[in-house]
Write a protein of this length. Sequence first.
Length: 198
Amino acid sequence: MKHRSRTGKSNAWRGKQGTLVIIGTLMLLSAAVRLATEAGQAIASEDAAAEPVQENSMDLARPDTLTAALTAIKDREALLIAREAEIEEREAMLTAAERAIDAELEELERAETSLRQTISLAASAAEEDLSQLTSVYANMKPKQAAALFEQMDPTFAAGFLGRMAADNAARIMAGMTAEKAYEISVELAGRNADIPLE
C-alpha cells in the first residue's frame, strides 16, 4: 500500500511539474515576443528620428507652421496678381499697336486710292493731250506735217503716226525724206515686237 501511495504521489508531482514547465515556457515565450515587439518599435522610432525632416512638409497643427503656410500662399497670390497685371498691360500694348497698325493701313489705302485717282487723271489728261495733238497733225496739210515729223525723234514721231488713220499717216510719210520715213517705219514695226505671243 505504501508503495502505491508513493507512486501516486510521484505521478501527481510529475503532472504538476509538467504543467509548471509548460506555464513557464509560455511565460518565457510571451516575454520574448514582448521584447521583440518593443525592440522593433524602438528601432523604428530611432530610424524615424534619424531621417531628415523634409523642408516642404509642414505640420499645419502648429500655429507657427500655419502662419508660414499662409504667408507663402499670400506671397504666391501677390506674384500671380503681379503677373496678371503684367499680362494685361502687354495685352493693352498689343491692342494699341494693332489699332495703330490698322490706322496706318487705312491711311495707306486712302493714299493709294488717291494716288490711283491722280495717276488716272494724269493718264486721262495725257491721253486727251495726245489725242488732240494727233488730231492737229492729222488735219494739217501733209507737206507741213511732214516737215514737222522730219524734225522729231523717230520714236516720238512713230507714236503720233501710229494713232492716225492709215491714209493720213501715209500722206505725211510720203512728204518725208526716204531715210526719215524708213526710221519711223522701223519704229512702227518694232513697237509690238516685245509683246509675248502666249
